[in-house]
Design a protein around this ligand. Structure first.
Ligand SMILES: [Zn+2]
Length: 227
């Protein structure tokens, strides 16, 4: 995976998190003025590649992303290019990487609610994806480099999730939080205008935020806190 330089010590990092919906003022020339001090962009799924490519080209900072249940494997771009990934961005779905000095793990997709659905997983399938990340996450903990951010599309079961099958969260994510104790978990998938849910929940050491459709988050290396 690509690695990016760490920020100077004690300088606050600004993260722009995106999910689920193309926000008109972000997909416009206003993005530079509104987010000129953003250091890193994290996209939590259900977003077209053209939007991610626009954001990364305008802000010129690392952009990492996971997939949502509505993301097609191939997307036709305006120049007729068939895209299998977002150019200039880093797909961290199912992976762990270090960006701007932060350890980030990504697990996209939603609970399986259609047998042929793309980026949909049963709990057993999600467990298999978690197990593939486990050696790297354990290795980092042994090196005193704990997980900073867990970026997903779906919420955990019982936290910010919905009552219908498609918006039910993963029980395996609760175990993930117990095992790896990330400081921050960000997700989308549950649209807050439909669901009258709190966007922020504290779960043990982890602050969980539904970032739909975007959210600015700052991180202080001095305190190790996200806000
Ligand atoms: Zn979704």
């Amino acid at each position: 995976m690509r690695r990016f330089c760490s920020p100077p010590l004690f300088t606050a990092l600004k993260l722009l998190a995106l999910s689920d919906e193309v926000v008109p003022f972000i997909y416009s020339g206003q993005i530079k003025a509104r987010f000129n001090d953003v250091d890193l962009v994290i996209a939590c799924g259900d977003l077209p590649y053209y939007y991610l490519e626009f954001v990364v080209s305008m802000l010129d900072v690392p952009l990492v992303y996971v997939h949502g249940n509505h993301d097609h494997r191939k997307q036709r771009m305006s120049n007729d290019r068939i895209a299998t990934h977002a150019e200039g961005c880093v797909n961290i779905d199912g992976k762990v990487g270090t960006f701007k000095g932060l350890n980030i793990a990504g697990l996209g997709g939603s609970i399986r609610y259609r047998p042929d659905g793309v980026h949909q997983y049963t709990e057993s399938q999600m467990w298999r994806r978690i197990l593939r990340q486990t050696p790297q996450l354990i290795g980092q903990r042994l090196l005193s480099k704990p997980l900073d951010i867990f970026a997903t599309h779906s919420p955990p079961f019982g936290i910010h999730d919905g009552d219908d099958r498609a918006h039910t969260g993963f029980r395996s994510f609760l175990k993930y939080l117990d095992l790896f104790q990330p400081k921050l978990m960000i997700h989308g998938h549950v649209h807050l205008y439909r669901e009258k849910k709190q966007p922020v929940t504290q779960y043990n050491q982890t602050t969980i935020i539904n970032i739909y459709p975007y959210r600015l988050i700052s991180y202080s290396p001095h305190t190790g806190q996200f806000a």
